[in-house]
Design a protein around this ligand. Structure first.
Ligand SMILES: Nc1ncnc2c1ncn2[C@@H]1O[C@H](COP(=O)(O)OP(=O)(O)OP(=O)(O)O)[C@@H](O)[C@H]1O
Ligand SMILES: [Mg+2]
Length: 506
């Protein structure tokens, strides 16, 4: 008999108008890393919320067995007591508190009438050593990188006797070196017998980490296979239900000789006096796709946020849009001048979660939705319908609230919104983070189409294959400066990484 840590049987979960899970079966062996794959909106996060008690027993159909025992998890607390810990992409740590305080937040150690700080710090140190993180337990969590915070979340889960650890897209926002630390930690935990459920759209990671892969599509289980019996291509085919031969549909296009954007000697000093952008100069041609590569913190997001008028600080230098010198003081100016900026943090900058899909999609293009000074609702709905169909958005209908969409589908709404704005320059900051392979392909095709219409496109991305696969030209940044420039033909991962880390001008 197989030794299962978890069995979920015939799980069905409905939301008004959507059957998110339809008779899903999911069995995880003790001590394995089990990847859960599927397109955006397939039901991965919902299944894990059923397991972790976010959707309590009674709000879904089906059965859950942990270590062979039937359980009825009525709350998050009950699920935790049964040994289940879930780590979401949105981190739940208290930034103002120290690492040690966060680790033992709900622990008896912190609840004692007189808190024994020596003990807390020494216990915290033990857990930090255990997960291989070399930081002082007194460090404020807010001072750590997202990746380190993620590791602290895992350590916190481990202090609570976790037997089943769920990671829902843990690496979407991590730097490569933090991903490596995470992968090593998960391998160590496997050796200790912790069972792990791993959700990720990065299939390379799935191939290196997982022992077993379950694929779900449209709320139904497609298959469960051992990793030896799978290839990345097979996972993709099972996920999207068709073969996808090329990942990057790059097309040779004639690129105009006219600059659509010309940035000269651009420097930004932040309110604390720190030079965050240091004398950056570059041009972008009409119809060109320009990739921006670099490590996290290199200043790429700051550069484009600032050009878009959305960063505090004092920029100097000149910016020409379509040959005309411009002064952009805020995002409204930027939109008027023809810039569009799709941000990496969709919740903070991109969407109104309490509004429906139609309204979110047409938000930046309302002037085009006007007829005789009032918004033409029919036109608005048609426009939103057309673009979201193109993007292959999965939602019950256009009146659905954006906050109820799956993560990847929210990102598609952000993109739709800016595409409708007919920009001259489209700046995409981590455009495909959290997006499934099939939808990435659709987004790349739209990017190509816009470029061939003469839109200048900037892709800021931490994923080298994406930058290499889609760009006509690539600039590399490090420490607020441009440290390298490569044509599509010259560029390689190694050359880019050298410029991103060493900061040598090529
Ligand atoms: N609270 C909710 N209310 C209504 N519908 C919901 C809610 N949560 C999820 N859904 C719907 O259930 C389906 C499955 O969503 P889920 O978040 O589980 O997808 P996912 O596989 O995690 O996708 P992604 O890769 O984009 O994160 C989607 O159609 C989504 O819109
Ligand atoms: Mg999800």
């Amino acid at each position: 008999m197989e030794n299962y840590a978890l069995q979920m049987k015939a799980i069905t979960k409905e939301f008004p108008g959507v059957r998110a899970l339809d008779n899903v079966t999911f069995s995880v062996r003790k001590g394995e890393i089990h990847a859960l794959c599927g397109e955006n909106g397939a039901g991965k996060s919902t299944l894990m919320k059923v397991l972790s008690g976010v959707y309590p027993h009674g709000t879904y159909d089906g059965q859950i067995l942990i270590n062979g025992q039937k359980v009825e998890l009525k709350s998050i607390k009950e699920s935790q007591n049964a040994g289940v810990s879930i780590i979401y992409q949105e981190l739940a740590l208290v930034e103002e508190m120290s690492v040690a305080e966060n680790l033992f937040l709900s622990h008896d150690l912190m609840r004692a009438r007189i808190i024994d700080w020596n003990k807390i710090y020494s216990e915290a140190q033990k857990w930090l050593d255990h997960i291989g993180l070399d930081i002082d337990p007194q460090t404020k969590v807010g001072h750590l990188t997202v990746g380190k915070q993620q590791l602290i979340e895992i350590a916190k889960a481990l202090t609570q006797k976790t037997e089943i650890l769920i990671l829902d897209e843990p690496t979407a926002a991590l730097t490569e070196s933090d991903v490596d630390i995470l992968i090593k930690l998960l391998n160590d935990l496997r050796a200790e017998g912790v069972t792990c459920i791993y959700i990720s759209h990065k299939l390379g990671e799935v191939m290196t980490l997982a022992d077993t892969v379950t694929i779900i599509r449209d709320g139904q289980t497609v298959s469960t296979d051992r990793i030896e019996d799978l290839s990345e291509e097979m996972i993709i085919t099972k996920m999207v239900g068709r073969e996808l031969t090329e990942l990057f549909p790059y097309e040779e296009r004639p690129i105009s000789s006219e600059n659509i954007l010309d940035v000269k000697n651009y420097t930004v000093i932040d309110p604390l006096g720190k030079k965050i952008i240091n004398d950056v100069s570059f041009t972008l041609k009409k119809g060109e796709i320009l990739g921006f590569s670099g490590l996290m913190g290199a200043g790429r997001t700051e550069l484009f946020m600032s050009l878009f008028g959305g960063l505090r600080g004092n920029p100097t230098g000149t910016v020409l849009i379509d040959g005309k010198a411009t002064m952009i003081k805020n995002p409204a100016d930027a939109i008027r001048e023809g810039l569009a900026y799709v941000s990496e943090d969709r919740k903070r900058y991109g969407l109104v979660l309490g509004m429906d899909i139609t309204k979110n999609t047409t938000l930046a293009a309302l002037n085009k939705m006007m007829k005789l000074k009032v918004i033409d609702n029919a036109l608005e709905v048609k426009t939103a319908g057309d673009i979201t169909y193109k993007m292959n958005l999965k939602a019950p209908n256009l009146e659905a609230l954006v906050g109820q969409l799956s993560g990847g589908n929210q990102q598609k709404v952000v993109l739709s919104k800016w595409l409708l704005n007919d920009p001259k320059v489209l700046i995409l900051d981590e455009p495909t983070r959290g997006i499934d392979v099939g939808a990435k392909y659709e987004i790349y095709k739209i990017i190509n189409e816009l470029a061939s219409q003469g839109v200048g496109i900037v892709i800021v991305s931490s994923e080298l294959p994406e930058v290499l696969g889609m760009s006509d030209r690539i600039l590399v940044m490090a420490e607020g400066k441009i440290t390298g420039e490569f044509s599509r033909e010259e560029a390689t991962q190694e050359k880019i990484m050298t410029c991103a880390t060493g900061g040598e001008k090529s």
